[in-house]
Design a protein around this ligand. Structure first.
Ligand code: ARG
Length: 432
């Protein structure tokens, strides 16, 4: 085994437990239009109509202890293809369908037009948490997506593209290249990114990844500085062929991201095509998830599940209200395991009224990663919803308890009844 190969395979083993990025997008304020290389080495997708098959797959347990996002591809109005590792936990258990939500119709994390619950989740029966073989899954939606310019199925390839073909991969994953032995320094963008990566020769890829690559099951693509990365998993690798775009791969794994001679590994669609088209809805017959004691009504979905009906209740100011509410952070403090924020929220006239104020704390911390005994430290993020208390005069107090030690980033979102929203971010230093 060469040095490079050892690095690659051990990092891959670590990756097996990392699954997708267990965090929400970064602090990058949507209003600061920074042009940076994204996905890794890619660029922002101008309109979802360019990649209308791309969806965001959100997986979250009722207690939010299990929380991650992935990409996915629309195969038909009620069927999404994604990676098995997005919907199977480290112990090989399939997550309940009720944990899975699909967001479609936007390049921007805060602009999704359609939100669908999963009715069933089916990982490929051959999926292995050890080798990542058959890293493919089907999500059946409770309600079909409404097709339009921004939401369209993609055809599954019947043949593989030629070696060297430039393939498009897209997603909301992290955007910085890193070596497998380093921590992933990446931030996740709010906007969908895409990049073209060359398809590798299978033997060359086998030389790099050993048992983690099988010519029958995988495709390998990427070059120095251009790759998919954490959070892109499950998303589409597309060949823009003469006959039209074809889904040829599903983002699956890789050692580090965008490092020279360490390409991304993709599930080969031609090997799982029948499964993607006809997977039985096994999740439908799975036992119901353990019900948490409902001490409180369930927290509302994150506001990026745009609530367009909010206006229906009250159309007085709705139609004319084009202004976003103003959120001002008055105080933000974290001590021990608790963070508190005081904000004032105002909505300029003509106002339809404040519909919702919500907050999440994203804590960055270092933790052991990988299953190896001599595990390295990885940068991780944990997210927690804040409880919201409304006080007088447009003031709100948000609280989160039971936080890990680390650097806390508090994101607050205010939405008015017309659906306008704005965000505020406060970052606090490491908690003691
Ligand atoms: N496993 C990652 C995820 O869950 C995808 C990694 C892709 N890595 C790469 N170097 N192409 O998001």
């Amino acid at each position: 085994m060469t040095a490079v190969m050892r690095a690659a395979t051990s990092a891959l083993a670590a990756l097996l437990t990392t699954i997708a990025l267990a965090l929400a997008p970064s602090a990058a304020d949507a209003s600061e239009h920074k042009v940076e290389p994204r996905i890794v080495g890619g660029s922002q997708v101008g309109s979802i109509a360019e990649v209308p098959w791309q969806v965001l797959v959100w997986v979250e347990s009722p207690d939010s202890q299990f929380r991650l996002y992935c990409g996915g591809s629309v195969v038909s109005p009620s069927r999404i293809a994604t990676a098995a590792h997005c919907v199977v936990d480290d112990d090989g258990e399939v997550v309940p369908a009720s944990w899975v939500t699909v967001y479609a119709g936007s390049t921007n994390w805060f602009g999704f037009k359609q939100v669908r619950d999963a009715a069933a989740v089916s990982p490929h029966p051959g999926y292995s948490t050890e080798t990542y073989a058959y890293d493919a899954a089907v999500i059946e939606l409770e309600e079909p997506l409404t097709l339009g310019p921004g939401v369209q199925p993609i055809e599954l390839a019947e043949t593989d593209p030629p070696v060297g073909a430039m393939l498009q991969v897209s997603g909301w994953g992290t955007t910085t290249a890193y070596h497998p032995e380093e921590d992933n320094p990446g931030d996740s963008p709010d906007d969908l990114m895409a990049v073209l990566v060359p398809l590798w020769d299978a033997e060359d890829c086998k030389d790099v990844y050993g048992i983690y690559f099988s010519e029958l099951l995988h495709l390998c693509a990427g070059e120095a500085g251009k790759d998919s990365c954490q959070g892109d998993s499950g998303g589409p690798l597309v060949h823009h062929a003469a006959g039209g775009p074809r889904l040829v791969g599903i983002v699956s794994a890789g050692a580090g991201c965008a490092w020279p001679n360490l390409p991304g590994i993709y599930t080969r669609v031609t090997a799982v095509r029948e499964f993607l088209l006809s997977a039985p809805a096994v999740g439908a017959s799975a036992p119901p998830p353990p019900t948490p004691v409902p001490s409180q009504p369930p927290a509302p979905v994150e506001p990026w599940a745009a609530d367009e009906d909010a206006c229906a209740e009250d159309d007085s100011g709705c139609r004319r209200d084009g202004a976003s509410p103003q959120v001002k952070v008055l105080k933000a403090a974290c001590a021990g395991s608790t963070c508190r924020v005081e904000v004032s929220v105002t909505d300029a006239a003509p106002s339809s009224g404040i519909y919702r104020v919500s907050g999440t704390v994203h804590t960055s911390f270092k933790a052991k990663c990988g299953r190896r005994r001599a595990a390295r430290k990885c940068a991780k993020t944990a997210s927690r919803r804040m409880s919201v208390q409304r006080r007088s005069g447009g003031r709100y107090r948000l609280t989160a308890r039971g936080l890990r030690r680390g650097t806390h980033e508090i994101r607050i979102i205010a939405t008015d009844r017309a659906g306008n929203r704005s965000r505020a971010v406060a970052v606090t230093r490491k908690s003691r």
